[in-house]
Design a protein around this ligand. Structure first.
Ligand code: C2E
Ligand code: MG
Ligand code: MG
Ligand code: MG
Length: 273
């Protein structure tokens, strides 16, 4: 009896794994042609200045309208990372975002564009060269670009990573640490990162009525000491926004202010300011 159950379970897991792998391979195959089929696009979420209530930046977020229907970045980015497509997709994202930023800047000249970059793309030896090429091609001011990386970047080759961050900053590019507090780095390692902006993860905003508050307060203290700007992510309620404003968080981002929107909507939004 028990043996049969055990066997059944093995069979079940094997079947699940097979389906999962099949799904992964299908997505991978579809991803290869996603750019040329024009299935990818960027949407833009405002990052609001707490003082003015107006957006100082937009974060570009990738969307994939696949043959299977819309698939979320949390689903397909890991696959693109695993199967080596993230470099070409990431470059496409950077170029699109820079081009779009220039259009936004016709209305709001000081607007910054924030772009998420995967570790595999960032570590690519050609990354800086590729980014410079995009800046030149579109006559783009590097200081209008903000690259978002995560703490997990620092897990390997910390030295090389910090050199690259420095090189980008010397060009004028800003660097943010995304999802801050969810990785393995300690508060003290904030010092080594040498970034410009720390994005406090949504989970701490979610729990701001409880344990999140002390963590956010600690991050703010250290950020001030190190001269980092702070963005709070994932703000969904007025209460959260008010607490964060009272804490003097400079930048606020979340559904409460705006969901990620299409480029046309973003333009209208800027024009209406
Ligand atoms: P992220 O960079 O931390 O982006 C924030 C995510 O939270 C986005 O999900 C955004 O839509 C969502 N969000 C923003 N405000 C709220 C809120 O108030 N409530 C809730 N529940 N969610 C909110 P999205 O667009 O699904 O992206 C998920 C992740 O995928 C991103 O997390 C980022 O790590 C990655 N990603 C997205 N676009 C790109 C890209 O172009 N390149 C790379 N490498 N990664 C990307
Ligand atoms: Mg981000
Ligand atoms: Mg984040
Ligand atoms: Mg995230």
């Amino acid at each position: 009896q028990q043996k049969r159950q055990g066997k059944g379970r093995v069979g079940y897991f094997t079947e699940t794994l097979r389906i999962q792998l099949q799904r992964e391979f299908n997505l991978r195959d579809q991803l290869i042609t996603a750019i040329e089929k024009e299935e990818l696009r960027l949407v833009y979420q405002p990052i609001v200045n707490a003082k003015t209530g107006k957006p100082d930046a937009f974060e570009a977020l990738l969307r994939w309208n696949s043959a299977f229907g819309p698939i979320a970045p949390d689903q397909f980015i890991p696959i693109a990372e695993q199967y080596g497509q993230i470099k070409s997709i990431g470059l496409w994202v950077l170029e699109q975002a820079c081009q779009q930023a220039k259009t936004f800047q016709l209305i709001s000249p000081n607007l910054t564009m924030c772009v998420n970059v995967s570790v595999a793309q960032f570590q690519d030896e050609d990354f800086i060269e590729q980014i410079s090429a995009i800046f030149q091609k579109h006559d783009f001011d590097p200081s209008s670009l903000n690259i978002e990386i995560t703490e997990s970047f620092f897990a390997s080759d910390k030295q090389g990573l910090m050199q690259k961050i420095k090189a980008l900053q010397e060009m004028g590019v800003q660097i943010s640490i995304d999802d801050f507090g969810t990785g393995y780095s300690s508060l003290s390692s904030m010092q080594d990162m040498g970034v410009d902006i720390v994005k406090i993860d949504k989970s701490f905003v979610d729990s701001i009525q409880g344990s999140g508050l002390s963590i956010i307060t600690a991050v703010l203290l250290i950020a001030k000491e190190l001269n980092y700007q702070v963005v709070a992510e994932g703000i969904e309620t007025e209460e959260q926004a008010n607490v964060l404003r009272d804490l003097n968080v400079t930048y606020l981002q979340g559904y409460y202010f705006s969901r990620p929107i299409e480029s046309e909507q973003a333009l209208e939004y800027l024009e209406a300011l």
